[in-house]
Every structure is written in C-alpha cells, then in structure tokens.
Design a protein around this ligand. Structure first.
Ligand code: 3PG
Length: 306
C-alpha cells in the first residue's frame, strides 16, 4: 500500500523518520508531501495513495475524487473539522484521529498564554499573577484536563464544564463542576476554550458570554477560531477595556484587534499548540500504527466517521 504523509505544516524530522520506519517495516511504501503551497500539489500527490496522514490539511471531496484508491485518512491530531466526513463516507474511506497524542503540547501553550498575557506580553509594565485566580475550562477532554492539572499545580482554582461529562466525572478529573456556561464565564478570571468546531459550537462564544466575565478577565482559545463570534469579541473588547483575549487560532480580524487593543490581544502567527517534537512524534507515530493496524487487522477503534 502507498501511504502519503501530506502536511502543509511539516512535522519534526524525528516524527517523519519514525513514521517512515513503521510504514516501511510493515511492507508499505512511504511518500511525503510537506510544506505544499498549492492545492494541485496535494491532489497530484494523493492520486495514487491508499492511505493519508494529515494535520490540519483540508481534505474535501476534491481529494477523494483525485484519489480513487484511498482507503483511510488519519488526522494526526485531535480535531477533525478539516476533513469532509460525509464525502469520505460516501467514498467508503475510513477517517481516524489520534486523540490525546498532542494534548500536553496544547495544554502547556494554554498555560503559557495565561502567564504571557497577564504579564503584558512581556512588556515592562506591572502585570498580575495567575496563582490564586480562578480558571474555567470549557470542555474537559484530553487537553482541558491537562490544563486543569497544570493550573492547579500553579495555585489556581479550577472549574470546568463539559456537555458530555457528569459533575462526578469533572470532580474525578480534579475540577469543580460549573452549573452552566454562563456561570463558568461569569465567575472565572480566565476561561480556556477546548471545544471542537461543530455546527453547534461555531460562533457560540460571543458578546454576551465574554462581557459576563469578571473585571480584568482573560479568554484563552487554543481550540478553533470558528467557535468565536468575531464581531461579538471585538465589541466586547471595545466595551470592556479591562478584558483580554489570547489565542493560538487567529481570528479573521486579528490585524484590527491588534491595532485597536494592543497588549490586551495576542494571536500566534500560525497555530502552534501541537507544534512540539514530542507531540509530532506522539501523533505521527500513532497515525502510522493505526494505518498499519487497519490494513493488517481492520481495527477501526479511532474511526470518526462510523
Ligand atoms: C489538533 O486538533 O490536534 C490540533 O489543533 C493540532 O493541529 P495541527 O496538527 O494543525 O498543529
């Protein structure tokens, strides 16, 4: 089988080497397309592939049409909103993710972002400390739980909410359950967002929730830009000069926000939450193993389009 690693944002060399070893040891052919700049390159490279390993690369109907032999796509990472699942299912292609493999890297960035913005983006001004403050975690999955544990170790009080978890599970995970999203936002000095982008969540964090936050609060988004109502965010930052927003998934209006709000706003130039060699190795090798296992045994444990 031909396995193509197609990553517009490349993995660390150690991850690529590890993936190659797993794929080739199982008797498959390994091909790479890294740092591609035009879609045609992806379509041409995918043409003969039986399996794809991707990151945030957009995999839509055009890729499935260009790659008639494609059997499996593994998103080396957690979020799979970049893959058109309906188109995959229609073509009989299995889609998987590698949940948890890059969570620690994202969680470390979320914590770093809280400190960075609380210290005025490392400009010489009087900042504030995160110890003693309350952190609200919106979605208590792999990343959210790790953020909570790290925040507690740094002396924060941690609350969480998750539509898929009972209060007992949240307590087991080390956080105090919030009764509602409104309560989480209105009682926490920091809110860290870890929800996926779905039809239900897109645009769901807007003016009302953001302005319900206490004085001086910070909203941290290492999840997806789409979950924020950007116009609502901008108006909230205008009306509440005490609020701050820091994100790893730059909004469409990032330049305007930067200009208007200075050190109260920060967005990374390119999503970097999972961009550590450890996360690349964890997610990349997991993806390679899942493909080999799928071809050998038909294991679909991590399939997301069942
Ligand atoms: C994920 O969903 O796993 C993260 O957003 C990482 O995305 P990336 O592989 O594009 O860095």
């Amino acid at each position: 089988m031909k396995v193509l690693l197609a990553t517009e944002k490349p993995f660390a060399p150690a991850a690529v080497q590890g993936i190659r070893e797993i794929i080739e040891a199982a008797g498959h052919e390994f091909l790479t397309l890294e740092k591609y700049t035009v879609r045609e390159e992806l379509l041409a490279a995918a043409a003969g592939a039986d399996a794809l390993i991707i990151r945030s690369d957009k995999i839509g109907a055009d890729v499935f049409a260009a790659a008639p032999g494609l059997k499996i796509v593994v998103r080396a990472g957690a979020g799979f909103d970049n893959v058109d699942l309906a188109a995959a299912t229609e073509k009989g292609v299995v889609v998987m993710n590698t949940p948890g493999q890059n969570s620690n890297a994202v969680a470390e960035l979320a914590v770093a972002m809280m400190i960075f913005i609380s210290r005025g983006q490392f400009t010489p001004s009087t900042g504030s400390e995160i110890a003693g403050k309350t952190l609200g975690i919106q979605a208590f999955g792999n990343v959210g739980r790790l953020v909570g544990a790290k925040a507690k170790a740094l002396g924060m009080k941690v609350k969480a909410i998750d539509p898929f978890l009972s209060a007992e599970k949240i307590i087991e995970g080390g956080a105090e359950p919030a009764a509602s999203l409104k309560e989480l936002y209105s009682t926490c000095d920091f809110v860290s967002v870890h929800i996926p982008a779905t039809p239900e969540t897109i645009g769901s964090i807007g003016y009302e929730l953001i302005t319900s936050m206490p004085k001086g609060a910070v909203l941290v988004n290492t999840a997806r830009k789409e979950v924020i109502d950007e116009a609502g965010l901008e108006k909230a930052l205008e009306d509440r000069p005490d609020l701050k927003y820091i994100t790893d998934v730059a909004p469409g209006n990032a330049a305007a926000l930067s200009e208007k709000f200075g050190v109260r706003f920060f967005a990374t130039p390119k999503k970097m939450g999972a961009q550590t060699s450890e996360a690349n190795v964890n997610a990349g090798l997991a993806a390679a193993r899942q493909i080999v296992d799928y071809f050998e045994t038909g294991n679909t444990r991590f399939q997301v389009n069942k």
